[in-house]
Design a protein around this ligand. Structure first.
Ligand code: 4AD
Ligand code: MG
Length: 477
């Protein structure tokens, strides 16, 4: 008999049928009630074992974590909170789990403990829910762009360019370290290495994406990106996934419209398709909130917060306006910002971004027209000669979730800028071809996928929304 997914059993319209389910035991109570989970839904199905007619040997092997196959009749459940249960006629232990040794017990574990067991934490309710939501959000990303005729482009993981110019790159070398060819002064001689030049793991697919947008019109990338920034924060990963649309003929306003519409679409998609998981995560958060002092508790529950983002336009504010607000603000009575902004031109720290979103505007904010000298080389210079057509989208609880811009399409202006920043023109000659041949206004942005998943799941540490997190000092799995 073929097994049926627990999700389908729980949504069944008929009872009294003979069914088979396969999954893992979450709990086994009173030698009788198995809570069985197979990952298809947050909900377990209760399986009622006929303990009088089941050998003692078998009963002993029904332990937390064990894989089992149960066959029986699907009946309406008398128990609270569940519609159906299985009256078991046959149970087979597929894989034993030593309850003493199995790290995931039915009690609540700390997130820190679970991070050390990333390969098993997905067997908990919370991580099962998070990973299903992540998967649905991935699908929503593709669905949004595909419905609108964007072409999905796979930009290279190994590249010779540093799109962001921040120098936070993982170098790629093919040869064993001891045999790495060296120049006389002891530096790695990349000319003799696999690619014959210096390469690194990509920090962004934007530059390659731009070349495709200038042929295909509207494109998007969605793939892993790598940054060797040594920031051990709850918002940074060394390996994260980024979504980067790039659109020919879009200016900065069009770019903001696209980003806002896109984010609202994927959040709505998650609300429509992950109801049970999001409700569970909301409940988990409410529990967590109870242990916090009143003043630190969030004003909105998770679902309310997600709906709020759908129903309200993002507030669009220029960098200059934001600086004026921040200069006059004190985040709370006792304390000023750790880093006080006095001058126009300073980069915003995450405390400022979060103040603007959470305290001042109390909604997502799009900051635009940043000073040129704190942004990347490829951004379109404004007529004032000192700001660029950049935009960052800031989210409550997250800070920056999107970074994007209208691109500098004028060859001469771009070259000038590259010279000033000492960016090698030879190296980026292929990129400059977009400006040499048929250049036009174009814009795009990058959305950090994990930051989106953080927001949607209400989790607070980015390590908890990616299957196997990579952070400084940690790449265990
Ligand atoms: O602002 P960033 O650096 O922009 C770019 O890479 C542009 N090339 C994008 C573009 O215009 N096509 O990064 C974009 C987003 C950030 O807003 C943030 O959400 C995410 O990527 N991000 C990170 N997420 C997790 N861990 C990190 N270390 C991240 N660095 C950036
Ligand atoms: Mg950025």
């Amino acid at each position: 008999m073929k097994h049926t997914k627990v999700k389908d059993l729980l949504n069944s319209t008929t009872t009294l049928q003979e069914v088979n389910a396969k999954g893992w035991v979450r709990t086994f109570r009173n030698n009788q009630f198995i809570a069985l989970n197979d990952g298809s839904t947050i909900n377990n199905i209760q399986c009622v074992v006929d303990f009088e007619n089941t050998p003692e040997e078998t009963l002993k092997r029904i332990t937390t974590g064990a894989a089992v196959s149960v066959t029986g009749t699907l009946v309406e459940s008398k128990g609270a909170g569940q519609k159906y249960e299985i009256q078991v006629s046959k149970i087979e232990i597929l894989g034993d789990s030593d309850a003493e040794k199995f790290p995931i017990q039915s009690k609540k574990h700390s997130l820190e403990f679970l991070r050390e067991n990333a390969h098993l934490r997905v067997r908990t309710n919370a991580f099962g829910a998070i990973m299903r939501v992540r998967s649905v959000l991935s699908f929503a990303v593709h669905s949004y762009f595909q419905q609108r005729g964007f072409v999905y482009v796979n930009t290279p993981i190994i590249t010779g360019s540093d799109a962001e110019g921040a120098g936070e790159m993982f170098k790629v070398t093919a040869l064993p370290f001891d045999n790495t060819p060296r120049t006389e002064d002891g530096k790695v001689n990349y000319k003799e290495d696999f690619f014959g030049k210096e390469t690194n793991l990509t920090v962004s697919g934007q530059l390659e994406g731009e070349t495709f947008a200038m042929a295909l019109g509207q494109i998007y990338t969605f793939g892993p990106t790598f940054r060797a920034e040594n920031s051990n924060t709850s918002r940074h990963l060394a390996e994260f996934w980024m979504i980067e649309p790039e659109v020919a003929f879009n200016n900065l306003d069009d770019n903001m419209d696209l980003a806002e519409d896109f984010i609202q679409y994927v959040i709505k998609y998650a609300l429509d398709n992950c109801g049970d998981d999001l409700k569970f995560l909301e409940g988990r958060l409410l529990e967590e909130e109870k242990s916090k002092p009143q003043a630190d508790r969030s004003e909105m529950a998770l679902l309310e917060k997600l709906n709020f983002v759908l129903e309200n336009n993002f507030k669009r504010v220029s960098y200059t306006e934001a600086i004026d607000i921040l200069r006059d603000s004190t985040p709370n009575k006792k304390k000023k910002f750790n880093y006080i902004i006095n001058e126009w031109g300073a980069d915003l720290q995450s405390e400022h971004e979060r103040y603007l979103v959470e305290k001042h505007f109390k909604c997502p904010v799009i900051l635009f027209d940043y000073p040129a000298n704190i942004k990347a080389f490829y951004m379109r210079l404004n007529e004032d000669g000192k700001t660029v057509r950049a935009m960052d989208i800031l989210f409550p609880g997250i800070g920056e979730i999107v970074g994007g811009s209208e691109r500098e399409e004028r060859y001469d202006v771009l070259i000038e800028k590259m010279k000033a920043l000492e960016i090698d023109e030879e190296e980026l000659s292929w990129y400059l071809d977009t400006r040499r041949f048929g250049s036009a206004t174009h814009s795009g942005f990058g959305l950090g996928f994990e930051r989106l998943v953080l927001f949607v799941t209400g989790m607070s540490n980015i390590r908890d929304v990616i299957p196997f997190p990579r952070t400084p000092g940690s790449a265990e799995f």
